[in-house]
Design a protein. Structure first.
Length: 539
């Protein structure tokens, strides 16, 4: 692999205080009212989908006894510091926990966008600057997060000692872009939405998902009633879709004033590139997921990346990156990902996944690409005997075929084959057997955690196979189609990943591959660097 990152130099610091002037003790109010789930609970639950428990720290004033009592009752981590010098509170917490990178949140914002946090985390793992500031642009107010290095937080001159710098933690970082590199990224998961483009263009300006006054709180509760009951981890995408269908819904707190600061303009003219990914309903979600991560990487390297799911003919003169298999379009400059018509032996092609029709240039090394989060060292112990099944978009019959097969080995007493004490299936249709723990879809961060905690991974040839191999799991494959049968046999022969058989024959198979000595393949996460080199060459 190209490098292992530590999980414990990045921390989520949430500044919280009871003494709000306009709305005292709001952070301990319940959403919805009388539910017992406070602002702090909502924030912690959301952050827990990305961060380990001991990476989530509430930063509170030393005098907030009621907050301390509450946080102790929940078992949440907290750090006490100055009430008025909030920046000092952050600096001392950073030193105490040994933080290198900080995600800064405020307790005013209970519905932070989890997907944005994921992509900011990915960005941090790629940033090499000592001094930097990082955030997503264009999100509804109150759903974003900002990040910065501890080095930037602690940077001091005579010009950074003003009262406003003590109250507003990162203001001194933003005011001096000549010192602190400013990264403002466009959220890739929102780019395909027309309503997001309108928000970027300034056509929408009354989306307040933050709480300063009582009207804001009423708005937050209304949003929860519409979205939270069915999806407690709803994000900016769902909020924007709600606005798109009912703009008047958000009028309740549209006139609440927000404190803003005039900051130096740091945006440089960036060169445009379009990334066209295969529609998830047709190609599966792997193409979309890896293109979102690719978008972050290219933005960090100075490109204006537009992530799109359909070809824009009027923009054929703009460089295009295609992750659409063998579908091609007439453009002047094109880079192809996993396109069999364009083998990865030229400067404008690469493979994120191996393929039997293209011989490997190095049988002991495999070039691939995935989110840099996949390289994080896990803090979750592997559970011996846990099987993770990834079923993507398989229908009910296909899902049942896999379930019936793996259940043969649930609590099996045969010592010669694996015995699964826990089986979790992600994707496909709802199982009929309660012994199958089921999630239709989960966030990518949670998915990586499930891989981390599993001993076995059963899936079909694709990105999940690569993720499992990269984490040194016992991966095995099922043929969900004729093409996947061919690919499965190829993976067994060339990569040492056991192939079980086709879906239709699973009921005839009474063994589960117990092979643990797969080929020692060196996975090199470098396909994205080839794309960047190509873009730089055509500038």
């Amino acid at each position: 692999m190209s490098g292992i990152h530590s999980t414990h130099d990045s921390f989520a610091f949430i500044q919280a205080r009871l003494g709000s002037t306009r709305f005292p003790k709001k952070i301990l109010k319940s959403i919805p009212e009388d539910s017992g789930v406070t602002f702090l609970d909502h924030i912690h639950r959301r952050l827990s989908t990305v961060f380990a428990h001991d990476q989530i720290i509430f930063l509170i004033p030393e005098s907030d006894d009621e907050s301390i009592q509450f946080l102790n009752s929940r078992g949440y981590h907290y750090f006490c510091g100055s009430e008025l010098d909030v920046r000092d509170r952050f600096r001392k917490a950073a030193k105490h926990y040994g933080a290198k990178h900080i995600f800064r949140l405020t307790a005013d914002n209970p519905f932070v966008d989890i997907n944005s946090i994921r992509y900011l985390y990915e960005a941090i793992l790629e940033i090499k600057d000592t001094y930097y500031s990082l955030s997503m642009s264009g999100l509804p107010l109150g759903m974003g997060v900002e990040c910065f290095s501890t080095a930037s937080l602690c940077y001091d001159t005579e010009d950074t000692q003003l009262e406003r710098h003590k109250e507003h933690v990162s203001l001194h970082i933003k005011e001096f872009p000549e010192i602190h590199k400013q990264y403002r990224l466009s959220p890739p998961h929102l780019q395909p939405l027309d309503i997001f483009r309108r928000l970027q263009n300034g056509e929408i300006s009354n989306l307040r998902i933050t709480v300063d006054e009582k009207k804001d709180f009423e708005m937050i509760c209304q949003i929860w009633n519409h979205l939270g009951e069915t999806n407690p981890f709803f994000g900016a995408e769902e909020v924007l879709q709600l606005y798109d269908s009912n703009p008047n819904f958000f009028q309740l707190n549209a006139n609440v004033e927000q404190v803003v600061f005039t900051l130096p303009k740091t945006e440089k003219i960036k060169k445009r590139v379009n990334v066209l990914y295969g529609n998830p309903l047709q190609f599966g979600y792997g193409h979309f997921e890896r293109c979102k991560s690719l978008s972050i990487y290219l933005q960090l390297n100075g490109y204006d990346v537009q992530l799109i799911d359909s070809f824009i003919e009027e923009e054929s003169n703009i460089p295009y990156i295609f992750d659409t298999r063998e579908i091609e379009y007439p453009v002047q400059n094109a880079f192809y990902i996993d396109n069999l018509n364009h083998p990865p032996n030229t400067t404008d092609t690469t493979f994120f996944l191996p393929h039997p029709s293209i011989p490997s240039s190095n049988e002991n090394s495999l070039s691939y690409y995935s989110s840099p989060l996949s390289e994080l060292i896990s803090t979750i112990p592997e559970s011996s005997g846990k099987l993770l099944v990834y079923a993507g978009q398989l229908n009910e019959t296909e899902s049942t075929q896999i379930d019936e097969y793996v259940l043969k080995f649930h609590q099996s007493k045969n010592q010669e084959i694996p015995r699964f004490h826990t089986i979790i299936r992600i994707g496909g249709k709802k199982p009929n057997d309660s012994n199958i723990n089921y999630q239709p879809r989960i966030s990518y961060s949670e998915f990586l955690r499930e891989i981390d905690s599993s001993e076995w991974i059963c899936t079909y040839f694709g990105q999940t196979m690569i993720e499992g191999m990269a984490k040194f799991k016992k991966v095995c494959l099922i043929g969900i189609s004729e093409i996947h049968e061919t690919l499965g046999l190829f993976a067994e022969k060339e990569l040492g990943v056991p192939y079980i058989g086709s879906l239709s024959k699973l009921n005839q198979i009474d063994h589960f591959p117990n092979k643990t000595d797969s080929k020692k393949i060196n996975l090199v996460r470098d396909a994205h660097t080839k794309i960047l080199s190509w873009l730089n060459s055509i500038d």
